[in-house]
Design a protein around this ligand. Structure first.
Ligand SMILES: [Zn+2]
Length: 389
């Protein structure tokens, strides 16, 4: 459930630019609302340029920053009067869009704007949030997401189907909002949510309200169902688990570090234990990425290791070595089959490994775990417990 973290005392008196930073940071506090490095926020501000003229300036989260930790200098600043004519175009390549937007910079030395910048520019409201909430993505990944959107939000939302972020998606979203002035949000197939407001607080509260409605709807649909099936295999004692991890973690680090060093983190939270110990884990975990963020951070699939404690740690180590080699081979083959001109192969090693069966317990004993290896950003690594390779 998303917590409304807005604090009137903390936000009191903040000018629009600082209010944007405050709103961004509290959105990032809940990773079920915004994945790390995912989503972006903006405000259209009145600023004075170098010759003393007042300009409408779009302050939008720049590429490579995270809303949780973003500070004011990490927002790109772009001149709105030079962006607005783009709305009249029918199409624009990513390269042309990036080159054009670089020429609209209000201030030199700012970080580069993201590929989703025009979405913020084309929505005709002062403050705009674009988030990737877990609940929204769950709903927007179903077969007929448009129908689900109508069922949950009625006429208060517009729906856009999934396409890669870029000019066309931004124009679709801007057009929906301009043509339907009474809607409260745009929901995006397999992607996320766009909300807006006249000030930071109303924008944030709109995001929270829509996410809450979505979570309530999903909780209702889920009631009485076991999404991952029955819990199948009993877990390990804490001591056993630690002994096994001590043996297999160096194996994993070695296997995923053939191209660059890896840092591992294990996650034995209740929700992870429940998922990896259930009968449908092997099937559900391999369905594929739910949204672009998952592709970036997890790749197309996590690596799932099917193993039972009675088989022993040596068997597990062998299965990990072989499984990671197979995973890399599949990754390279998939890249070769689907690459476009200019695409470069990334590190093919898995980033998330679902390992071992587990059971829940009143005092969580946490048998096994979800293990993650580095994703593209070094900033993320700060969040991970380091262990040497
Ligand atoms: Zn997005």
């Amino acid at each position: 459930m998303p917590n409304n973290l807005w604090n009137d005392e903390e936000a009191a008196g903040l000018p629009d630019r600082d209010g944007l930073v405050y709103r961004s940071n509290i959105l990032g506090l809940d990773r079920a609302v915004v994945n790390i490095f995912g989503g972006n926020t903006s405000a259209k501000l009145c600023m004075v340029d170098h010759v003393g003229r007042e300009q409408e300036v779009l302050a939008v989260k720049a590429s490579g920053s995270d809303v949780l930790t973003i500070t004011e200098p990490q927002f790109a600043l772009l001149q709105m009067d030079e962006i607005e004519p783009l709305y009249q175009r029918d199409e624009m390549s990513d390269e042309a869009m990036v080159a054009y937007l670089e020429r609209t910079w209000f201030e030199q030395g700012r970080p580069r704007q993201s590929i989703e910048t025009l979405l913020h520019a084309f929505v005709p409201h002062k403050h705009v949030d674009h988030t990737h909430p877990d609940a929204l993505i769950s709903l927007m990944c179903v077969e007929d997401a448009a129908q689900e959107a109508r069922r949950v939000y009625g006429g208060r939302a517009a729906y856009v189907p999934y396409i890669r972020p870029g000019f066309t998606l931004s124009k679709w979203i801007g057009g929906m909002v301009r043509d339907n002035p009474t809607i409260e949000c745009v929901v995006m197939g397999k992607h996320g949510l766009v909300t807006w407001g006249d000030d930071s607080k109303s924008c944030y509260e709109s995001s929270m309200r829509i996410i809450q409605e979505t979570e309530d709807y999903l909780a209702d649909r889920r009631r009485g169902k076991k999404v991952f099936g029955e819990l199948k295999v009993p877990g390990l004692s804490l001591q056993n688990r630690e002994d096994i991890l001590a043996q297999v973690l160096p194996v994993i680090r070695g296997a995923v570090s053939s191209r660059r060093s890896a840092i591992l983190q294990t996650d034995s939270s209740d929700s992870v234990l429940h998922m990896i110990g259930s009968e449908k884990t092997s099937e559900v975990s391999q369905i594929g990425a739910a949204c672009p963020d998952h592709l970036v951070h997890v790749k197309r699939q996590p690596f799932y290791v099917d193993w039972k404690p009675a088989e022993g740690a040596d068997t597990l180590s062998d299965r990990i070595r072989q499984g990671i080699a197979d995973y890399e081979e599949r990754y390279v083959a998939n890249f070769e089959d689907n690459k476009n001109p200019g695409d470069e192969l990334r590190d093919p090693a898995p980033r998330v490994i679902r390992l071992t069966r587990a059971r829940t317990s009143p005092t969580p004993m946490s048998a096994a775990s979800c293990i993650t290896a580095p994703s593209p950003s070094s900033a993320m690594q700060r969040r991970w417990a380091a262990s040497s390779a």
